[in-house]
Design a protein around this ligand. Structure first.
Ligand code: ZN
Length: 242
């Protein structure tokens, strides 16, 4: 089975559309989303609708939960907070009902999926050695998928040793005898210096993960952010992938 893994769309419709178009030709057997469908970006309803139609399994992320009112907005910085209030005003009932039905974790066969981490499925960022070790020790599956940090990473656990690295476009990882922790990066707000939409192609039979990037119309999303009156910094960062 080949699974495409996307995460952290953040209401960036043009990034999501570009990735889905690439998936039309890639034809994976299934599409999984690790959460944060909305928040920050200008097209939350359209992104919820597309995820509902095209994604086979989606998790819920901290931004989705904050917009639903399930988590305190004071956890966020002021820009994210303003985006939350804007999103709460425009989000339609269908999208709310869809997001309210999602969980922050799932298991599919030999794969565990979390928005944050196995230790804290909603909030934990897995970026340092301690968090990566904990992610392995709090899970069991050969392959563990996480989102939330917007940084594509791959970590391999072999004989108790962890080898972790940033995973820019084109990186390929083999499952071999160890276990893999994979973050596909972010579709709608990449933060690793590459503005292209990030996603992951997982070939479960071959035991191979390939990190992918897709170009999209960044300026169009930036224009929509400004037209919506969302914070200017949220538009600017998309141009740099930060
Ligand atoms: Zn996010």
């Amino acid at each position: 089975m080949r699974a495409a893994v996307i995460s952290d769309i953040h209401a960036n419709l043009h990034a999501l559309t570009a990735v889905l178009e690439e998936l039309d030709s890639e034809r994976p057997d299934t599409i999984w989303c690790l959460g944060d469908i909305i928040g920050y970006g200008p097209r939350p309803n359209e992104c919820c609708q597309l995820v509902r139609e095209r994604v086979d399994l989606s998790l819920v992320g901290n931004h989705d939960l904050v917009v639903l009112g399930d988590v305190d907005v004071n956890e966020f910085n002021p820009e994210a907070g303003r985006a939350v209030e804007w999103t709460q005003r425009v989000l339609d009932e269908e999208s709310k009902a869809f997001l309210a039905g999602l969980e922050p974790r799932a298991t599919v066969g030999d794969v565990e999926l979390y928005h944050g981490s196995p230790r804290n499925a909603v909030w934990e960022y897995v970026l340092d050695a301690e968090a990566i070790q904990a992610a392995f020790s709090h899970s069991e599956a050969p392959i563990v998928l996480i989102g939330h940090s917007h940084i594509p990473i791959v970590a391999q656990l072999t004989d108790g040793e962890v080898l972790a690295k940033h995973a820019p476009e084109g990186v390929e990882s083999e499952v071999d005898d160890g276990r893999l922790l994979l973050n596909p990066g972010s579709v709608g707000q990449p933060r690793d210096g590459d503005p292209h939409a990030a996603w992951l192609l997982l070939d479960l039979e071959a035991g191979r993960a390939t990190f992918r990037r897709t170009e999209y119309d960044v300026e169009r999303t930036q224009r929509e952010i400004r037209e919506a009156g969302l914070p200017e910094a949220l538009a600017e960062r998309l141009g740099f992938g930060i």
